[in-house]
Write a protein of this length. Structure first.
Length: 422
């Protein structure tokens, strides 16, 4: 049978929704920097027979029988993850990036201990201690910011001062909407002064680190990295924790993931992670990652030439954050909606020192992992940026929007979503 054939026979409503999503992805350009396209091999693993199996525990130490093949795929995923990130230990069971961070916090801290992380409005993530999150009720979160929002420079002097005052148990480097590289060496130096663990949340840039096109925090002495396995790593939706070399930390993390915060792992997703990690170990993945960065720079150039302000002044990674309200008088929500109309998907996003609400902020966030997976290069990236600018500057002109929509369609037809990625 063909893909979805059983669903079509059994559940028409779900079948039609799947077809609709397939059509949306095929005929539109995905620029949300936290999304990507996986290979059919990864999709097959994610939908595989392993969804039937309960596998509480770890390879060789399970609580149920019948684990011959689950142990094979989880061991493969662990070994490949360690190879990709230059780590001695890896836990591939976290169900997502948030779950990975929660497990890491409980493994390394006691309730009431302090974490020093990036402020959400300056690029951090909700799981780095935003007041609305449940984890904020358990641990004490303090924050650092950019020193200059126009260059993206982190205020390392402030970071050190806060660390000396608050004595955090963890100093957290990582982000969700920050477009520059961090100075990992400075994080390590400050952490040593106060006796803190160093953790890098590399959810967005994991694939770029694995490919060697961005710095690896472990090369500077970081203790732990948490991440998602989708986004730039181009795997299934899930999370992971890797430990540089400390076996005591690794054992604490394993015990906290299971049975601390999770039950049975999703073995079908772990199999898909193993497949994706295998893909990331191929030479073609490094070429892909290099192109992700080139495409982001090409988009940066068009926005700067169009006098649209980019937070941090531009990008060193896969994403950009534009202040469309300050530059064009359009809110992030309006920009997201009008670009959706022409087949370009991105997300509204708060900017540093935001004056608007999170539901209707000043900025938009976009990036290049997914469009690069389709084979687009600098020429197409610049073209997309030009189409975005044209649409935003003419958001009420239906004729121009229709022209842009047709140009997006041409790009999609020229660069279809590939089934194979190696």
């Amino acid at each position: 049978m063909n893909e979805y054939e059983y669903i079509r026979e059994q559940d028409e409503a779900v079948y039609q929704a799947l077809l609709g999503e397939e059509e949306r992805e095929r005929t539109g350009i995905e620029l949300i920097p936290s999304e990507n396209y996986v290979s059919m091999a990864v999709r097959e693993a994610a939908g595989s027979i392993l969804t039937n199996k309960y596998s509480e525990g770890y390879p060789g130490k399970r609580y149920y029988g019948g684990q011959q093949f689950t142990d094979v795929v989880e061991t493969l995923a662990i070994e490949r993850a360690c190879d990709l990130f230059k780590a001695k230990f890896a836990n591939v069971q976290p169900l997502g990036g948030a779950a990975a961070n929660v497990a890491m916090y409980f493994a390394l801290m006691e309730p009431g201990d302090t974490v020093l992380g990036m402020d959400l409005s300056h690029g951090g993530h909700l799981t780095h201690g935003h007041p609305t999150t449940s984890i904020n009720k358990v641990f004490n979160f303090v924050r650092y910011k950019m020193k200059d929002v126009n260059t993206g420079e982190i205020d390392y002097e402030e970071l050190r001062a806060v660390a000396l005052k608050e004595k955090p148990k963890i100093i957290l480097a990582g982000f969700s909407a920050y477009s520059r590289e961090l100075d990992y060496q400075k994080f390590v130096e400050i952490a040593k002064e106060v006796g803190a663990y160093t953790v890098a949340d590399v959810a967005h840039i994991a694939g770029l680190i694995a490919a060697g096109v961005l710095k690896n925090p472990f090369d500077y002495g970081f203790d732990v990295m948490t991440m998602t396995t989708h986004k730039s790593l181009r795997g299934p939706r899930g999370g992971m924790i890797v430990v540089r070399e400390d076996e005591t930390i690794a054992k604490k993390i394993n015990k906290t993931v299971f049975p601390g915060v999770q039950g049975g792992p999703h073995m079908h997703i772990i199999a898909a992670k193993a497949v994706a990690f295998g893909e990331a170990m191929q030479p073609s993945f490094k070429t892909y990652a290099e192109q992700v960065l080139k495409n982001a720079k090409a988009m940066e150039g068009v926005f700067l030439e169009s006098d649209i302000r980019l937070l941090a002044g531009g990008t060193d990674n896969h994403l950009l954050l534009a202040d469309v309200f300050g530059s064009l008088g359009i809110t992030g929500q309006e920009a997201e909606s009008v670009l959706d109309e022409v087949g370009i998907t991105l997300n509204k996003n708060m900017i540093a020192e935001e004056t608007r609400s999170a539901l209707d902020p000043s900025g938009i966030r976009f990036g290049t992992p997914a469009m690069t997976t389709r084979g687009m290069k600098e020429t197409e990236a610049a073209k997309l940026a030009e189409l975005m600018v044209r649409t935003l500057k003419n958001k009420d002109d239906d004729k121009i929007k229709e022209i842009v929509k047709q140009e997006v369609k041409v790009l999609c037809e020229a660069f279809p979503v590939p089934a194979k990625l190696v």
